[in-house]
Design a protein around this ligand. Structure first.
Ligand SMILES: Cc1cc2nc3c(=O)[nH]c(=O)nc-3n(C[C@H](O)[C@H](O)[C@H](O)COP(=O)(O)OP(=O)(O)OC[C@H]3O[C@@H](n4cnc5c(N)ncnc54)[C@H](O)[C@@H]3O)c2cc1C
Ligand SMILES: NC(=O)c1ccc[n+]([C@@H]2O[C@H](COP(=O)([O-])OP(=O)(O)OC[C@H]3O[C@@H](n4cnc5c(N)ncnc54)[C@H](O)[C@@H]3O)[C@@H](O)[C@H]2O)c1
Length: 461
């Protein structure tokens, strides 16, 4: 016999549990289905464990620089097993918090297993058939496992396996020079591995402005990371402990040798085994579930939130999708994905905080672009901390006097950028920030000064 619910939430990532709670609290009978670990990617194999590892790497790096600060230490050593234990402890506690929270939710039944649609109103989990009028999909994504020759025989890591290393790789080769490749690359270099990154684009982070890519490259190269840009991996060779990445470049083929291999070549949504065809739910060419501005799919009564809808690829965008759905479904409040301003950070050290448009995008869209730039060597707080790499850059529309975007690659850049982000959400003129009095000594205190020193974008000069 089918079990009937008012609403079924598939996936306990960043949107699912919060929505299940709201629906349950509103008196609906709710099933929350999770096939693996509560909390999904961020909690178990994404943000939380990586940022815990980044913290260990920062301590190792700062320890090596201790003498610069007048502090004596012995030789800096990294015990990978202890790094792993600390990281797992933080991640496991976070997962337990989600488990306990869900267990205490009113009207919510947690069902463990893989969910697949049988029809637009029926799901199966193992041998159980579940019916509902409303379905909310929060199934997330996973690492792309490419199909170039050698992938089936040469051992490699993704973001999941690399977090389980209890011994330091002697030479880690990373294919892909974007978020995952760069965060793990710098971290393992700081732990003591040799690191080589193979990236097919001509520059790192090709979606960012060229000077951001150049500064990130400089930061990584100063630490001894070897970079091969414009090099597309086309084949893997070797065996455990002696891997080889064959890459095609402008020059003839290149062979990059190492002991361990991390593939960080993108993510794909978990939508291929969800029975979406039986439900009639449309996917795009990359497998993302197509949704409208309120996360509704083409099938009435089915919504998709988070990484699986392709409208964001971050924890905060998944959580915001939950807020949008809850507002529209439960609160009769119109909230939209397109009201969201792009915002993210890359957690190398120093971090890159990014909001809104790049200068290149702003020019392409025809804005009358003004730019303000300040190197971190002229930010007192960064100088005092001895962390002066990077710069801050603000982009303004001269006509409307609105902020269009910003990049802060520098100490606390991921935090300081929020005062600009909130100004954009307030739709206030940039002079709101130039007239604001910020706390001394902070990184944010130089944002008003940077905005007082705007000049036309290069392409317009
Ligand atoms: C290494 C790494 C570092 C990252 N760092 C950051 C960061 O610093 N900041 C940031 O904002 N983002 C970061 N991200 C991205 C972030 O982790 C994701 O954007 C976020 O976790 C996506 O959440 P979600 O709710 O869409 O899905 P997920 O968290 O992936 O959850 C989906 C859940 O659905 C379950 N599921 C899937 N299919 C089914 C099914 N058929 N039946 C039942 N259950 C199913 C899965 O088991 C999973 O638990 C990082 C990602 C990685 C990989
Ligand atoms: N700080 C954060 O917020 C954070 C951190 C890590 C991951 N993430 C999330 O994870 C997602 C995926 O990250 P990612 O870095 O794996 O993917 P990505 O899609 O951002 O980058 C993949 C990179 O691999 C390169 N590439 C692809 N195929 C290649 C080949 N054959 N040879 C050489 N290079 C190749 C691409 O040019 C690209 O630069 C991000 O979109 C982000 O949402 C976020």
């Amino acid at each position: 016999m089918n079990t009937r619910f008012d609403a079924i939430v598939v996936g306990a990532g960043q949107a699912g549990p919060s929505l299940a709670q709201r629906l349950g609290a509103a008196g609906r009978k709710v099933a929350l289905i999770e096939r693996k670990l509560m909390g999904g990617t961020c909690v178990n194999t994404g943000c939380i464990p990586t940022k815990a590892m980044v913290a260990s790497a920062y301590v190792a790096h700062t320890g090596r620089r201790a003498a610069e600060y007048g502090v004596g230490t012995g030789d800096i050593t990294v015990a990978m097993e202890r790094v792993w234990e600390r990281t797992r402890g933080i991640s496991d506690r976070s997962r337990s918090n989600v488990e306990n929270w869900v267990a205490g939710m009113a009207n919510v039944t947690l069902i463990r297993g893989h969910a697949r649609f049988e029809s637009p109103r029926t799901l199966c989990v193992g041998d159980q058939l579940l019916e509902a009028d409303q379905f909310f999909l929060n199934v997330g994504g996973r690492a792309v496992e490419p199909d170039f020759p050698g992938v089936k025989t040469v051992p490699y890591l993704t973001n999941v396996g690399v977090m389980d290393l209890k011994e330091l790789p002697r030479h880690l080769v990373i294919v892909g020079g974007s978020y995952i490749g760069l965060e793990f690359g710098q971290m393992f270099r700081r732990f003591g591995s040799n690191v080589t990154i193979v990236e097919r684009s001509e520059r790192l982070l090709p979606r960012e402005d060229p000077e951001v890519s150049a500064a990130v490259m400089d930061i990584l190269q100063r630490e001894g990371i070897e970079l091969h840009l414009g090099a597309e991996c086309i084949e893997l060779q070797g065996s455990a402990g002696a891997i080889c990445v064959i890459a095609e470049c402008a020059e003839p083929r290149m062979a990059v040798h190492g002991t361990d291999l991390l593939l960080a070549v993108g993510r794909r949504p978990n939508t291929d085994d969800l029975g979406l065809d039986r439900a009639g739910v449309e996917r795009d060419d990359h497998g993302y579930i197509v949704v409208d501005d309120q996360c509704r799919t083409n099938v009435d009564g089915i919504w998709a939130m988070g990484d699986c809808n392709g409208r964001g690829a971050f924890t905060h965008t998944s959580y915001n999708d939950y807020e949008i759905v809850a507002a529209n479904v439960l609160d009769n409040e119109l909230r939209r994905i397109t009201d969201r301003i792009p915002a993210y950070a890359l957690y190398i050290d120093p971090p890159l905080g990014r909001i809104g448009l790049t200068e290149t995008e702003a020019l392409q869209r025809g804005y009358d672009v003004q730019v303000g730039v300040r190197p971190m060597t002229r930010v007192g707080r960064a100088v005092e901390r001895g962390e002066t790499l990077g710069f801050m850059k603000v982009i303004v529309d001269a006509q409307s006097e609105r902020l269009l975007g910003a990049a802060i690659l520098g100490a606390s850049g991921d935090e300081a950028i929020h005062c600009l982000l909130d100004t954009m959400y307030a739709d206030a003129p940039y002079r709101t920030v130039t007239h604001a009095v910020h706390i001394h000594p902070t990184v944010a205190e130089l944002l008003p000064t940077t905005l007082q020193d705007l000049h036309p974008a290069k392409a317009q000069r």
